[in-house]
Design a protein around this ligand. Structure first.
Ligand SMILES: [Cu+2]
Length: 148
């Protein structure tokens, strides 16, 4: 009986540890029926090889009306990526196809939808500055923030 109790205690300890680890290497960003993310900046924990970003649209408008994406690139590439995204337009998913400057990007989501994106630390250099932004209809003019 004492053995069973100890085992149960150990299992609780292990699962508690795992959830702490998971929350360190994951983060949630939400958006809605407006031109804003829930965060104005993101800092990536240095001890994570990859960080999982859950991106949720809490609004009710469909993607064709108030869709948003979550794109990561060097800050110096933000405007060129947006310019080409505008040429791609809605038909092109508001991103140039296979844009090599894009480090990671989610699909465009509308109200009630959710998606995920993985940021690999190996894809970021400590000597560069990076930003997250939305390329839908030039939203990046206001939907943008630095990554540190
Ligand atoms: Cu947007």
């Amino acid at each position: 009986m004492r053995f069973l109790f100890s085992m149960a205690f150990i299992v609780v300890l292990i699962s508690a540890n795992e959830s702490v680890y998971a929350s360190e290497c994951s983060l949630e960003v939400t958006t809605g029926d407006n031109l804003a993310y829930s965060v104005s900046e993101i800092s990536l924990p240095s001890n994570c090889e990859e960080v999982a970003v859950t991106f949720k649209h809490l609004g009710s408008l469909p993607a064709a009306v108030m869709g948003h994406n979550f794109v990561i690139a060097k800050t110096s590439d933000l405007q060129p990526i947006q310019d080409d995204a505008n040429k791609a337009g809605m038909a092109g998913g508001w991103l140039l196809a296979d844009d090599a400057r894009v480090i990671a990007a989610t699909k465009i989501i509308g109200g009630g939808e959710s998606t995920e994106l993985i940021i690999k630390s190996s894809s970021l250099s400590s000597s560069e500055q990076y930003s997250f932004f939305c390329t839908v209809m030039s939203h990046s003019a206001v939907m943008r923030g630095p990554i540190s």
